[in-house]
Design a protein around this ligand. Structure first.
Ligand code: C5P
Length: 235
């Protein structure tokens, strides 16, 4: 019998969305459900890996008591950065499925922001969060160690100038990851749904094939299996 694809491998998966606090009762968040990340953690465990799931805010339960999966909860991008920083160097495979807020409020109000009598509206200013994926790839390059394979995600709607696939190709090069999974998103597409359509793009430094794009439409579990087997091929 053939060995499972990830037998003896250590896999880190990030899943769900981050939540950036504004004041004690409010935050900036996003519509990530966590379903794709959980499916990836489960597929990796089923393929023989020891999985560490770094879970942000999710609509669904994290697989807390599943064999070969440990779960760590985070809320903010900074907490995610710290958790990935601790875990990624020892991982064979890192899959960054989390929807990380690109921006966070510049300051946190220790008291709830109030309506004022003079009718002035509050102004919320934002600053950039660290790009955890790009940073992890850079650290791997400079340290010469780190995850053997790094998988990033891109949720793209397309723009006037470029279609989603072109945007994803550019993102793959910009972030420097080995594989990039493109989800085409819109109001009713992908977020929270059970079905998905993905394109798996492979870094030109890895792929020998002239057609390094795999397209798949199906459940998030089927997508997870395709992503895991694509990644395992480069370990
Ligand atoms: O730039 P964009 O948000 O589209 O990139 C998506 C990919 O980068 C995902 O894999 C996500 O987990 C990761 N990311 C990150 N840190 C950020 C923003 C995104 O690691 N601040």
């Amino acid at each position: 019998q053939a060995q499972p694809a990830l037998q003896g491998r250590s896999v880190v998966v990030t899943a769900g969305g981050t939540r950036e606090p504004l004041d004690p009762v409010r935050y900036l968040g996003n519509r990530s459900s966590g379903k794709q990340g959980i499916a990836l953690a489960e597929s990796a465990a089923a393929a023989g890996a020891q999985v560490h799931l770094i879970a942000g805010i999710m609509d669904v339960e994290a697989p807390e008591h599943v064999a070969n999966i440990t779960v760590e909860r985070i809320e903010t991008a900074e907490q995610l950065q710290a958790a990935v920083g601790r875990r990624a160097p020892e991982a064979d495979l890192l899959i960054m499925a989390a929807a990380v807020a690109d921006f966070r409020p510049t300051s946190y109000a220790a008291q709830k922001i109030k309506k004022t009598e003079d009718g002035e509206n509050p102004v919320i200013t934002l600053e950039r969060n660290p790009d955890i994926l790009a940073e992890t790839v850079q650290n791997r390059r400079s340290a010469g160690t780190g995850p053997g394979v790094v998988v990033g995600f891109a949720a793209e709607t397309g723009s006037a100038e470029a279609d989603p696939l072109q945007l994803a190709q550019a993102k793959l090069l910009r972030k420097g990851c080995d594989l990039l999974v493109l989800n085409q998103v819109g109001e009713t597409l992908v977020f929270g749904q059970d079905e998905t359509e993905i394109h798996i793009l492979t870094s030109p430094t890895l792929a020998e094939s002239s057609a390094p794009v795999t397209t798949l439409r199906g459940t998030k579990h089927q997508a997870a299996e395709a992503i895991i087997s694509a990644a395992a091929a480069y370990l």
